[in-house]
Write a protein that binds this ligand. Sequence first.
Ligand code: ARG
Ligand code: ZN
Length: 876
Amino acid sequence: RVIHLADYQVPDYLIDETHLSFDLHEDHTLVQARLVMRRNPAAGDGLPVLMLDGQDLELLSVVLDGKPFLDYQLDEDHLSLQPNAEAFTLETQVRIHPESNTALEGLYQSGSMFCTQCEAEGFRKITYYLDRPDVMSLFTTKVKGERKRYPVLLSNGNPIAQGEEGSRHWVTWEDPFKKPAYLFALVAGDLWCVEDSFTTCSGRKVALRIYVEPENIDKCQHAMDSLKKSMRWDEEVYGREYDLDIFMIVAVNDFNMGAMENKGLNIFNSSAVLAKAETATDAAHQRVEAIVAHEYFHNWSGNRVTCRDWFQLSLKEGFTVFRDAAFSADMNSATVKRIEDVAFLRTHQFAEDAGPMAHAVRPESFIEISNFYTLTVYEKGSEVVGMLHTLLGPKAFRKGTDLYFERHDGQAVTCDDFVKAMEDSSGLDLTQFKRWYSQAGTPRLAVTGQYDAQTKTYTLNFSQSCPATPGQPEKLPFVIPVALGLLDAQGQELPLHLAGESAPRGGHAVFSIDQAEQSLVFINIPEEPVPSLLRGFSAPIKLSFPYTQDQLLFLMQQDSDGFNRWEAGQQLAVQSLQTMIAQVQRKETPILNQRLIQAYDALLQDTSLDQAMLAEMLNLPAEAYLAEIATVADPLAIHAARQAARQAIAEALFDSLWLRYQHNREVSRQTPYVAESEHFARRALQNAALSYLMLTERPEVLAACLVQFQTADNMTERFAALAALVQSPFEAERETALADFAHEFKDNPLVMDQWFSVQATSPLARALERVQSLMGHSAFTLKNPNKVRALIGAFAGQNHAGFHRVDGAGYRFLADRVIELNGSNPQIAARQLTPLTKWRKYAPERQQQMKAELERILNSGNLSPDVYEVVTKSLA
Ligand code: ARG
Ligand code: ZN
């Protein structure tokens, strides 16, 4: 069944109060709901039939205004009845089975605890309800369970009562803020907590608690620090103060996504909370900081102001990703954060835009909303908010967010409401800009430059287009903010003086390109400049400019925009790698461009350069990115070419790399682990160098790698050494390291996830066989989403050579796993499908093989809506 945005109607009824009571047992749970309801005055006259959502519920009783009520209808997804008054109270009792809920949606058990995941439509698996975000209600929740098993009983808001009943006990929670059902949460378990407090800008003291299973109590401090930083940052940067007396985070091992912003009770995948030096890498520490911030920021962008319907998902997600990215940029290196985000967007979101699941930031229709928690809604959505920030400038943007929060506090609104607040704060007309919300696909912007020495003018010609996407054959021009500078031969920015304007705009400015063809004429340009275009990646587009190699090398060394220095290096590397890919395809020896090597050497000599930035600049474009930009992707040739390039760099720059490695390793050895940006930077360069150096197979490098693996006091260094060993031909050392590591960390599931991934992504031969045998490892289970992602997701999504092996065994393997997961966890099954949906990217033979697997899934019977939607759209 397809749901369309165009069919939106306001709800017929409202629920002013929701009183829930849970009785938790090992073999079932009883849920009572008392809903204080009334006719929605905005919905018209009469008393239509009330249709409550409900799935997999065993209905035990219905009481209407205090009297048992029997005249109701039930179908698979609804309880329907005819109310007899404008206002009424409806009570239901249902029995549910969290203990056998493998989909991890609604109320379920993870290990020995109970927890919930209600976004988007999980609440209907808990009780009959109007499960839509524009129905906002005041909740009280009584949770009752066995005291010994579940000493901790949590829900949203503040605890207001508790009591004992024999071996059982109960706690009642009250949430003073109206919220939609998707923000409901309940947790019960034997949990310990780390406690702290935060005093808000107005002087209120908020209790902060992070609840975890006892063995993880030593891994909460980093998340707590991140939470306090987030709370302060949101006050300072957005003027947003926290609103309850208590803020709780709970870590759960079995969780479909990263985390969830339930009001006052965030529930997290344990991988997004737990971090300490000995068991989590720098990347994991940064991910925890970012996700803690993201969920916390949702308290305003999502909870206080929520979405009218799920088509508006990017209203809260795009905005909140934009907010968490700005936070991370402030906490760490802003340029490196931008580089990472852009590389991710261009590799994965651009691929989504180019594939069968392409959709607008605000989609028009869907079958299963869970499939639309996408890179487009999140990451491209964040870029759209970022473009508003760029076009309005920081001041008007902040005025706009203030206005948005004030105007819509307590409401469920749309992306149009957000843009309207931006229009009202800035005076800009954003009508055309809104095409970013409705048109799918990645716009192309072809740019050329023309210098006229006679008139001393420089003209930039822009030509924009956007490829067709499913259901959208034609696109209208976007508003593309292009941040740019024009550099003279010394690398200095020339004043940007547009013909017809009275004064120059400075050396760096943003120009709005909003027509299919458009030119900018700059006057008083004394010499032919090198343009630095789309600085900071000011729009999520594919820009092309016919740079010469000399110009790219110049930008790589000279641009004052750090992002564009990296970007110039990437473009040079892409050009060279594309040549090498063609050489591999012709069975010639692939030769890396010497000038790229020289440029890398110059970077390595420059000790003033930020080390994290240097590590990024030395990192060649990923195989997935090379596949994305190829017309026909040849994964084996891409892999061979990139490996050859890495090898050539390692050999040519051995001495410089070895020097930088040894120096940084020595500092790391003498420094206790600190999760802060300068330390991240040092280790990033150290480990990037190690990874190159190991390709030379020199004995002194192997020895250093083994020492780092065996003696480092932190996971960042240990894991980097392990990864380098796993990709090396030193079989004995590799296998010993893997076995030692597994032995040491067998009781830490998050570290074991890393151990699975590092093998799944290894480019060595027989990767598939290794993955298959690892599925039998005692630490592996298909029931845990993190394990599925660590082994199966990592193999199919990141090991291009292994997954795309010519006999098609990689495709068959993935399809088998999807068919299995479809029955137990549809959300995870649908996500694992992504690599197969890209079949059009490959040559005919692979296309046939991949399509055949999609068809096999389609015909495997009894598909969940999640898998059905992805498979059918991919084959369409
Ligand atoms: N709102 C959560 C976030 O912070 C994600 C929840 C996704 N849930 C789902 N069933 N798809 O991004
Ligand atoms: Zn979110």
